[in-house]
Ligand binder design. Structure first.
Ligand SMILES: Nc1ncnc2c1ncn2[C@@H]1O[C@H](COP(=O)(O)OP(=O)(O)OP(=O)(O)O)[C@@H](O)[C@H]1O
Length: 288
């Protein structure tokens, strides 16, 4: 069963910036797919299209569906976007958690799409909701920090809280955009293992953008590689050989250099790209 259907998605940010070029892609239920490619290749833009946070070019043939529900078509957001979004758990660094709230409340916010908002705004969560949030936090190995403020957690812990929130939300799909971009190797391993665990045990479909090809190879079977906004490779990750990787990441690529070289270069790219993308209103619209 197809969970994500992306059809002919084209996006210009300006005349010069053609961020996505006729992307068509289908992701099946239960897959864990790595979205890879060098900085600026269009990974985040594609993820944001799937969440309906960015719209494709107007009057194009573009269409995106999640669980057969339309997210956007021809550059227009679907009317029932709230219902469609409820199926999608976002693990996006730029609007992950409400820092001043406790970890537990942040996870319970995951139930907002199913809860009358006056109740959740007043902080009136039911006992069942509290139990579900505790269970979700236990799943991601964070039961010991439930009453801490989100801002007190490490980056990796925050990512795992976002994953717990998606579990609480009963999301069928998790979109994780750069979930390990600024984490040390042990935290990265924990975040990736958590995603893999809920993918395998709960059958939740996961799409994760990664800079580090070695993590993609370790945790995902399928890779979709973008280059200059177009699909460069879509297939089993084990068939992505050094030649393909070299042409994906450019001439400087050698297998031994991948992690260190890309990390620094891409980190700068991410920070630059993120600067222009932080928009608290979008955070709010996701929660509602
Ligand atoms: N809001 C925006 N306005 C203008 N241009 C944008 C915007 N968001 C992204 N872009 C441009 O679109 C292209 C794709 O960017 P995107 O962030 O999707 O790439 P990426 O592969 O996720 O990169 P990174 O790995 O650095 O996060 C880049 O040229 C980027 O500068």
């Amino acid at each position: 069963m197809s969970i994500i259907e992306i059809d002919k998605v084209t996006k210009h940010f300006s005349k010069e910036i053609h961020a996505l070029k006729d992307i068509s892609l289908t992701i099946e239920k239960g897959e864990m797919v790595a979205l890879i490619g060098s900085s600026g290749s269009g990974k985040s833009t594609l993820m944001r299209h799937v969440s309906g946070l960015t719209l494709a070019d107007k009057n194009s043939q573009s269409a995106i569906k999640v669980l057969s529900n339309s997210i956007q078509q021809g550059g227009k957001l679907d009317r029932n976007i709230r219902t469609s979004r409820a199926q999608i758990g976002n693990v996006f660094q730029q609007f992950n958690l409400v820092n001043r709230l406790s970890v537990l409340t942040n996870v319970m916010i995951g139930a907002l799409s199913r809860t009358p908002s006056y109740r959740s705004l007043l902080g009136h969560f039911t006992t069942e909701e509290k139990h579900l949030a505790l269970e979700a936090l236990e799943r991601v190995g964070l039961k010991n920090v439930v009453l801490k403020r989100a801002s007190e957690l490490s980056g990796g812990q925050q990512q795992r809280v976002a994953i717990a929130r998606a579990l609480m939300q009963k999301a069928e799909v998790i979109l994780a955009d750069e979930p390990i971009a600024s984490l040390d190797p042990e935290s990265s391993r924990l975040v990736m293992q958590t995603l893999k665990d809920i993918n395998e045990k709960d059958g939740i479909t996961v799409v994760v953008t990664l800079h580090q090809v070695d993590y993609a190879q370790k945790y995902c079977r399928r890779a979709v590689a973008l280059k200059d906004g177009a699909i460069f490779y879509d297939g089993q990750i084990q068939h992505l050989n050094d030649d393909l990787l070299a042409s994906l990441y450019g001439a400087q690529h050698t297998p031994e250099e991948t992690s260190t070289e890309l990390d620094m270069k891409d980190l700068n790219g991410i920070l630059l790209a993120e600067n222009g993308r932080i928009n608290p209103k979008e955070n709010h619209s996701l929660l509602n």
